[in-house]
Design a protein around this ligand. Structure first.
Ligand code: HEM
Length: 288
């Protein structure tokens, strides 16, 4: 609808190959975390999109609403200003791109440039110009890491995903880490948090996961080294038999995981979006 359209955003006036390259140039920074903004870009794209509800068709990446209060300040989104601020110069450089397109494209670039599958992406998400122009989705639409399989299903079924797609998406936890000053949890899931791999699944199955002894929120660490972590919600993928069958498949077959992840991530980034009919689908080539 018209109140969702900015004066500036005009998806036809943007060269997305150039934006892709410029986002890729923003990924590396040896002083940030494990050396890459890629993981936090993926989390931004996911949290921008994962508010969708198929029941009332509200939420999703449309509007770029994650940059506004109150959504920006929901507990689940703690720390994502880091990603938005890193991307802001590109909004200045390419004023015609919508924030909604920029944030979702950043997730695609990060997945691809960190060695993951090609993720087809379409432009044309309109932006909300002001927070007041769009009704914010209520808090609590993103998953709570302290809970288990029932909660995870409630959240992802609401978006319209099935068990196989949920497991595929969870594989993104091969990337990045938890931060005590964001979620309260601590540590990376594996030894190569800046590479997109099927390691979430291999680590889940190959290690014994024990409660971390600390004052922070309840989480798991690997028994052998204590260096790697799992959230209670991650452990549910090992203990729930229906989730686990896909965990086992993806642990054995990285190509299958890559193909299924790509499809599910495209679906996630397009939830609730009404694209212009003439918006093309881009399949960007990883740069190297
Ligand atoms: C990080 C929870 C699903 C991508 C995190 C963090 C939590 C979390 C607590 C740590 C945030 C921080 O402290 O910085 C969950 C739960 C999920 C889920 C409970 C579902 C059961 C997903 C999905 C994706 C994803 C579907 C993407 C497809 C990421 C990435 C990071 C992350 C890439 C690392 C961010 C960074 O390194 O800054 N997640 N998540 N997560 N999540 Fe998830």
């Amino acid at each position: 609808s018209s109140e969702l359209t900015t004066a500036e955003a005009d998806w036809k006036k943007v060269n997305y190959y150039n934006v892709y390259k410029d986002i890729a140039d923003l990924l590396e920074d040896e002083d940030y975390d494990d050396g890459s903004y890629g993981p936090v870009f993926v989390r931004l794209a996911w949290h921008a999109s994962g508010t969708y509800s198929k029941k009332d068709r509200t939420g999703g990446s449309t509007g770029g609403t994650i940059r506004f209060h109150p959504e920006a300040n929901y507990g689940a989104n703690a720390g994502l200003h880091v990603a938005r601020e890193r991307l802001e110069p590109l909004k200045k450089k390419y004023p015609h791109i919508s924030y909604a397109d920029l944030y979702t494209l950043a997730g695609v670039v990060a997945i691809q440039e960190l060695g993951g599958p090609v993720v087809p992406w379409r432009p044309g998400r309109p932006d909300a110009i002001t927070a007041a122009a769009v009704a914010a989705t209520p808090d609590g639409r993103l998953p709570d890491a302290a809970q288990g399989a029932d909660h995870v299903r409630d959240i992802f079924y609401r978006m319209g995903f099935n068990d196989q797609e949920i497991v595929a998406l969870e594989g993104a936890h091969a990337l990045g880490r938890c931060h005590t000053d964001r979620s309260g949890f601590d540590g990376p899931w594996n030894a190569s948090p800046t590479a997109f791999t099927n390691f979430l699944f291999t680590e889940l199955l190959d290690n014994t996961w024990v409660p971390k002894k600390w004052d922070g929120p309840f989480q798991y660490v690997d028994k052998a080294t204590g260096q790697f972590m799992m959230l209670p919600a991650d452990i549910a993928f090992k203990t729930d038999p229906k989730f686990r069958q896909y965990v086992e498949q993806y642990a054995k077959d990285q190509d299958l995981f890559f193909a299924d992840f790509s499809k599910a991530f495209v679906k996630l980034l397009e939830l609730g979006v009404q694209f212009p009919e003439d918006a093309p689908v881009y399949q960007f080539k990883p740069l190297e």
